[in-house]
Design a binder for this molecule. Sequence first.
Ligand code: UDP
Length: 407
Amino acid sequence: MKKLSAYRRIVGDAIIGEIYHKAKPLYGRRIIHVNSTAIGGGVAEILSSLAPLMNNIGLEADWRILHGNADLFEITKKFHNALQGDTLHFSEIKKRVYLQANEDFAAYASLSNNRDVVIVHDPQPLPLIEYYKKRQPWIWRCHIDLSHPDPVLWEFLKGFIIRYDLAIVSHENYTKKDLPVRQTVVRPIIDPLSLKNMDINQRQIDGLMEKYHIPADKPIITQISRFDKWKDPLGVIEVFKLVREKVDCRLVLCGNMATDDPEGVEIFNTVKQNAAEEIASGDVMLITVESNILVNALQRASNVIIQKSIREGFGLTVTEAMWKQTPVVASNVGGIPLQITDGVDGYLASPDDYAGFADRIIEILKNPALKEEVGKAAKEKVRENFLITRLLLDYLDIINYELGNVV
Ligand code: UDP
């Protein structure tokens, strides 16, 4: 079982003490998290650490998954895209499928009885609040970039959000002026003791690379991301081609398939067609296995991590690589500039600046000393700001406030 005490050696006693102190008024309080997938993507990643640790410090935390079907996830992925700036053809049938899935789930999922706080993550389960007798604070935690939502969709979703007591977003720019609900900003985080981020030694890294047939004969550039157009895998391949003109290297695109993301297969196939030649020569490798320990090893074995997102709510993969002291070259969009200070603990480039991405990657590949310097600063930045202990403190403050406790 996850234990808070295990994090003492990483974050120090003061933070651990503060967490225990803030948890005191919440002993036995029943918190439920609801989202729409158990694996794949940042939300599942965070909840699989947050829920057990909340229990370890004395709360009764539960985590339920909205049982959607393929129709629902096709529609909610369109919603996700439209919240990030795409236009949406918003039909009555889409509304019906979305609401029906939530209503059906509410018919058997006990979220409201005997719960002190309900925390709903992202748009998929947002309408659940309509189908329960509200007896406690409900919090909507939105993990996506809300700065340019499709106006019609936003108007529709606002009808549900307005019933919540608090909306949490990942970036100050995502708070909404036209939303008369208390709003706060919470940064996503990583768990330094999870399989994905825990320390592993060189022998283990080499073993995993061998197991997944990733040769170590050339420098490796990696992007770890769902196959999603906002993560721009095709752009990554273009950048790779520019880099390879100057330095011989290999590109790994590692992307599992999240169960609530139906577009993955289609985008994977497009990438496969676009890079057919490089895939055949082994210079581009596409990996779709679902393995946290492989992600851990890849983030350590790579010479550079690229994150070429066009939009990015936060971008946990950036924090994960920074923690492992591997230099990251990433787009200056969404939550990424909150994590990277360009030239200090990583590198930023505009997503349409392919040459800029390539130049920075080449610079890192040619100067191994940079890796150490940038990596060290990156790890300290993450230790200070983006570890699970920080998130626990944020949630304890929020829950105490919602329940009227003064700590
Ligand atoms: N991830 C993974 N395997 C993959 C691709 C992604 O475990 O093949 C994880 C990744 O390590 C990170 C999360 O999924 O923890 C992605 O979170 P992020 O915030 O980067 O993007 P999101 O998918 O939530 O848009």
